[in-house]
Structures are given as C-alpha cells and as structure tokens.
Design a protein around this ligand. Structure first.
Ligand code: AMP
Ligand code: MG
Length: 487
C-alpha cells in the first residue's frame, strides 16, 4: 500500500452562494467502515486528484462526504419536477448532496456530488440511502455512455458503507461519487419560478449561462438564447440515445439537465431487439418513456422549461409565449437532423453527398428494423462486415431477406466506408443480463464481473478476442427485462 497523503482538494461553493434559495446546507451521514468498490482512475486524474490518495483513509472519507474540504459548503439542491406527467412542487435531493464545484485540469468547472449519502430535509418518506447494486449500475452505464461519446454525468467512485439498506430484501449500502457539468435541471427552473421571485429566476438563468452556455450572455435576449441552447443540446443528446438504442426510462423534468448531460441511471437500459415501443421500467405502463417516445417527451419537458422561464423572455406574456413557441418548434427538426447525421455515419456514408439517396436508405432501414426487430447494436456492427462484402452476419438477424438484400445492394452502391463504421458502431454496450450479473456479484462482494464488463464497455468500438459474450444479446431464458425506479 502506498503511503498516500490526504488528497488536497479545493472545492468551490458557487451554487450555494449564488442560489441560496435553492439549497439546504447539509452533511453526509457518517460512514464508519467505508470500503472502496470502484474507483475511476482516469477520471480522478482528469480532475487533478491523485488516485492513490483517494484510496487512502482520508480519501475514502472525502468520497463519502465525511471529510469536507475547507471552504466547501455541502448542500442538498432543491428542485421541482413533473414525474410521469404529474407535478411535484418540491422534490430536491432526498439522498444526495452537492459537495461543491471543482476545476478540472481542463479548467472546466464540475460538480462533485454524492448519491446515497443519507437522509436530507428533502427526503420525504425515503431513507436517504442507496444500495450497492444500483450505484454500480449507474457507474457502469454512465461510463459506458461516456465511452460512446454521449454527454453524461460521470462516476468517480462507489464506496460501500457497511450499512444495511432495506428494500424488498436487506442489501449492502453504498455511496456513488458523481461528477457533472452541473446538476441544474429543468425542475430547478420550475422550482425557482414557483417561488415567485423574478430576481431569483434571473440569477438562476445567469448562473446557467455562465456555466453552460456563456455565448448566450451576449445575445439580444440572453434567457431566450439560454433556452434555445438547452433545447439544442437536448435535441442532440436524445438523438445520440436513439442512435445507440438507449432507453433512459425516467425522463421526468427533474431528470433532464440544463447542461445537456444524461443524468440518473435508474430504470435505464439498452434496447436489444429493435422496437420503438421498448419499455423496461416496471411502472411505465403507458409507455410514456418508451424508446421511440423519447424525442416527444424531451419536447414536452422543454415546454415545461419554457413555461418556467417565460417571465424572462418578455414582459408581455403573449409575446413571451410566442418567442418560446418559435424556439420549441425547432426541436423536432434539430433532433431529426442530428439523428440523420448519426445514422448516416453508422452506415459509413458521412463522406458521400447524395443526401436524397442516403435519406431514402435511412428511412427504408428504419422500416426494416421496425419490422424485423434485430438486435440493435449487433445489427449495425454486422453492417460493417456487409460493407466489406459479407452480408451473412446481418442476414442472420432479420427475416425479410429479400428486402435486406435489396437494401444492402442500394447501400453498397454508395460506397460505405467500413473502417469509419467500426469507429461509430459499438461492439460492446452494457447488455442487460451482464449488467444484472455484475450487480448481483457486486452485491455479494465480488467486483470481478463489474470490472470485466467495464473493460468491455469503456472501449466499445475495439473488438477483442475473449470478449465474445459481451457482444451477444441476452439468452432466451433471461426473459423480458424489467427495471425499477427508486432503488
Ligand atoms: P430519482 O428517481 O432517483 O430521480 O429520484 C426522484 C426523487 O426521489 C429525488 O428527489 C430523490 O432525491 C428522491 N429519492 C429517491 N430515492 C430516495 C431515497 N431512498 N431516500 C430519499 N429520497 C429519495
Ligand atoms: Mg433524479
């Protein structure tokens, strides 16, 4: 063991200082026997933190919030949110804390945040705790998303608390140390608006502009420019989810960020059989957050953001609404353009002109996928082989062979670039059965399966011998996959 010194860490309290109405000062629950389960060494280094120091006694105390760096004022953040369409006027961090902001090596400010750090005054009926399994899930899936190039909160560490958590069974507790551009959400604006203080709403907008969209500060109408920038990043984000087959599962307005990062990996999962109706969450009976509905829900959430920001857009409410609607109406086009660009790249056709033929190919492929339900990830990767002349791997995944052959012929006539395809079509995504296997093992104290899964999904495009099972969909006996909220 290295004689690691205490990590020196300068944490700011920008959010707590600038937005005290949206913060409750609070401390993490004492963790008597912290045990490090996962540590993200590359991320630690990006943040200028010494991994060896984080593994020491003081480092662990820092990772669970028991040692607060000088100058930091940990807070629970207060926000509202529409959950499955129903409005909760006051949610906020019930089991989480913002420790403060730190500047990474790149000079960018990031939140250091804890999840599972004990009850806060916003806990309502909850116990404030988190279990090992769901925190390992967030770690694995968020790091997979990052490796896929999709904006996301990051996971620095999972530390077991040694404290039992009571769910359907008794489970070991854990704290996730999360890193994010910020934790500002659509729900943060909803809550600020509900307090009826225009100065606060403006301060929140200015804070968001400074942190995420500084170019909006010099626009004619900075709050409207902020709204437009958020809408743009969300259109791009959701398009990226659609391209990889990611189902967020709980797109409540409190789980949609202003930064454009994916947040809150609860009932999320990667779709295997391609089907727009895919839902994993046990409580999503109406399919509100189904794969194919995600762009629509994002628009709905952004309309809630616009509502909250309305007084900032214009003093006259009618004119404010007109300005908001004009921006909102651009969402679908921005999303569709972004998705078209991504699909075009997945088909190895980024370099070709001929937009119309590419558009027809993309549209026909979409129909083919919806009728044949191939494994989403496997099918696109198999197209790489088809571009090289071997269509059999792709053919083995569909039933309409004549239609596929015809499509492949038209596509190949445009000269797809197989190498470029292999750089954007992942071999490895977190497969549901392998995530469950890793979580079960981690819960029982064995982190080996989680490490192996992480090895595969954090280099998702790099096909490696020995990792064949990480590229395969779940076996039949795994059955229909169900995920849960509030874990
Ligand atoms: P989530 O579904 O994780 O986005 O959480 C929705 C809301 O419920 C947030 O306000 C959380 O802080 C809160 N919450 C979730 N689980 C717990 C828990 N075990 N204890 C206290 N609050 C919780
Ligand atoms: Mg949440």
């Amino acid at each position: 063991m290295s004689q690691a010194t205490a990590p020196s860490l300068a944490l700011g309290n920008l959010y707590a200082r600038e937005l005290p109405e949206l913060a409750v000062s609070w401390q993490a629950a004492e963790v008597r026997q912290p045990q490090l389960l996962l540590l993200n060494e590359p991320l630690a280094q990006e943040l200028g933190l010494e991994p060896a120091a984080l593994q020491g006694e003081e480092g662990l105390r820092l990772l669970v919030g028991n040692q607060v760096p000088e100058g930091a004022t940990p807070v629970a953040q207060v926000y509202a949110g529409h959950q499955f369409g129903g409005y909760s006027p006051r949610l906020g961090d019930g089991r989480a804390l913002l420790l403060g902001e730190l500047e990474g090596r790149d000079g960018r400010l990031r939140d250091l945040h804890l999840k599972g750090s004990g009850r806060t005054p916003l806990a309502r009926g909850g116990d404030g705790l988190a279990a090992v399994g769901p925190m390992v899930r967030e770690y694995v899936v968020s790091e997979a998303m990052h490796a896929l190039g999709i904006p996301t909160t990051r996971s620095l560490a999972v530390v077991a608390t040694g404290r039992p958590v009571h769910r359907e069974t008794t489970l070991p507790g854990a704290v996730l140390t999360r890193v994010a551009g910020s934790h500002l959400r659509v729900g943060t604006f909803q809550y600020a608006r509900s307090l009826g203080d225009p100065g606060l709403l403006r301060r929140l907008a200015d804070h968001a502009i400074a942190r995420h969209h500084p170019e909006a500060a010099s626009a004619d109408n900075p709050p409207l420019a902020l709204f437009e920038a958020v809408l743009g990043t969300q259109a791009s984000l959701v398009a990226q989810w659609m391209a990889v087959g990611f189902v967020h599962g709980v797109m409540n307005t409190d789980n949609m960020t202003i930064s454009g990062e994916t947040i809150d990996y609860g009932p999320c999962a990667f779709m295997e059989s391609h089907d727009p109706a895919t839902v994993f969450s046990s409580i999503d009976h109406g399919g509100r957050y189904a794969y194919g509905n995600q762009p629509v829900v994002a628009t709905w959430n952004l309309a809630r953001l616009a509502e909250a920001m309305l007084p900032l857009f214009h003093d006259d409410q009618e004119q404010a609404v007109a300005l908001a609607v004009e921006v909102l109406e651009t969402f679908q086009r921005r999303h569709d353009d972004a998705l078209f660009g991504l699909l075009r790249a997945k088909l190895g056709l980024s370099g070709t002109g001929d937009d119309e033929r590419v558009a027809a190919l993309v549209s026909d492929l979409s129909g083919l996928l919806q009728r044949n339900h191939p494994d989403h990830t496997g099918f696109f990767r198999a197209l790489g082989a088809a571009a090289r002349g071997d269509a059999e791997p792709a053919r083995s995944l569909v039933l309409e062979l004549a239609e596929l052959d015809d499509w492949v012929e038209r596509w190949r006539a445009l000269g797809p670039d197989p190498e470029a395809m292999d750089r954007v079509n992942p071999v490895y995504v977190p497969r549901n059965h392998l995530v469950e296997e890793a979580l079960d093992a981690a819960t029982a104290g064995d982190l080996e399966p989680a490490h192996r899964l992480l090895d595969a999904v954090t280099a998702p495009y790099d096909e490696r011998p020995g990792l064949e099972r990480y590229a395969q969909p779940a076996p039949e006996e795994f059955g229909r996959y169900t995920t849960f909220c509030g874990t």
